[in-house]
Design a protein around this ligand. Structure first.
Ligand code: UT7
Length: 327
């Protein structure tokens, strides 16, 4: 078997909000926001359910699958629409699926956690999983607080992962060895995931409240934890930075991305950034950046792609995947 990404979908909040618009009601400036974060605009609006449904629908369409063929949905989100039930239940219904569904809250690391969980389930025998990362952080942001209001955006990114048995996608006449070892063609080459619960108070949001963040300290921890997690993942995958064709990091701040990339020796041309037009979309940021890179031809079959997230918890997760895209 071989695990492939067979479809992508994306969605952004319906209203684009520029830095110039923020200047009209906050003590901030376009220059400060661009220089300190790399963000030029972000999109606000919609519910997590609506954005996840839109991205999921597009991913299903692009994978040429009928709704009944999906075996499971994993929705990575830290802004579910309700305390209960899981937002993935509504998304499952909206998409006309009949499979199981659950939410996974790993904050900004959630999509990488979801990839790791999904991959292990695919190796375990499930055939097709829809993974969606979706967040609507504008709904829990105090728009009078300039230290957070300029940073976050709403969005969703989705991928379909399929476990394709050998033969289904093989157009060659060579016969496969009967004793083929599935691990030879796995998609997930190495991963690491962790949490430092003692740092929980650096970034949190209580029920009915607004997000609270100690930005500088989160920044420092983000760089340290992301680099350390990636080094662990590379070691487990028996790879080095030089083997990474493309690095797709969580998009929280362009200075965090630059600091991590430079410590790892990964140049800008092998690093994906879309923070300029998305802002920080938490669980959605990596699949949105991945879809952008794939659609602009920056990823080739067989490439080693490095993913890394860091966020509230404080959580972190990184993974190297072998790019088996399409069927
Ligand atoms: O998604 C996962 C988690 N989130 C993150 O990873 C975010 C991590 N943190 C950051 O990205 C950065 O720390 C921020 C973008 C939040 C802040 O940037 P900074 O360079 O760390 O700024 P700072 O907090 O050190 O503040 C510098 C100055 C302060 O003014 P004084 O005390 O020097 O006079 C702030 O009050 O900038 C001021 N400031 C602003 N000025 C204009 C803070 N926010 C703003 C603003 N506009 N929006």
């Amino acid at each position: 078997m071989s695990i492939h990404i067979t479809g992508f979908g994306t969605a952004l909040g319906e209203r684009m909000v520029t830095n110039i618009e923020l200047e009209t009601f906050l003590d901030t400036s376009d220059t400060w926001i661009k220089e300190r974060t790399g963000i030029h605009r972000r999109h606000w609006g919609g519910t997590t359910e609506a954005l996840a449904t839109q991205a999921g629908k597009e991913a299903l369409f692009n994978s040429n699958l009928d709704p009944e063929q999906i075996d499971l949905i994993i929705l990575a989100t830290t802004t579910p629409d309700r305390v209960m039930p899981a937002t993935s239940c509504a998304v499952q219904y909206n998409l006309g699926l009949s499979c199981g569904a659950f939410d996974l809250n790993g904050a900004c690391s959630g999509f990488v956690y979801a990839i790791v969980v999904a991959h292990s389930m695919l190796v375990g025998g499930i055939k097709k999983i829809l993974i969606i990362g979706a967040d609507t952080l504008s709904r829990v942001t105090d728009m009078q607080d300039r230290t957070t209001a300029v940073l976050f955006g709403d969005g969703a990114g989705a991928v379909v992962l399929e476990n394709i048995p050998f033969g289904d996608n093989d157009t060659s006449t060579d016969s496969k060895p009967e004793t083929f070892d599935a691990t030879n063609d796995k998609m997930l080459l190495g991963w690491d995931a962790g949490v430092d619960g003692s740092a929980l108070d650096l970034l949190y949001c209580n029920h009915g409240g607004y997000m609270q963040m100690e930005g500088q300290e989160v920044f420092r921890k983000a760089v340290r934890a992301t680099v350390s997690s990636i080094l662990t993942t590379l070691k487990r995958a028996k790879l080095t930075s030089a083997d990474i064709a493309l690095f797709i990091p969580h998009q929280a701040n362009s200075r965090i991305i630059e600091a991590v990339s430079s410590r790892l020796g990964i140049p800008e041309e092998r690093t994906v950034s879309n923070i300029d037009y998305t802002g920080n979309t938490s669980s959605a940021s990596i699949p949105l950046a991945m879809a952008k890179a794939a659609s602009s031809g920056r990823i080739n079959k067989g490439d080693n792609i490095l993913l890394a997230g860091f966020g509230a918890g404080m959580t972190w997760a990184s993974a190297v995947i072998k790019w088996n895209v399409g069927k």
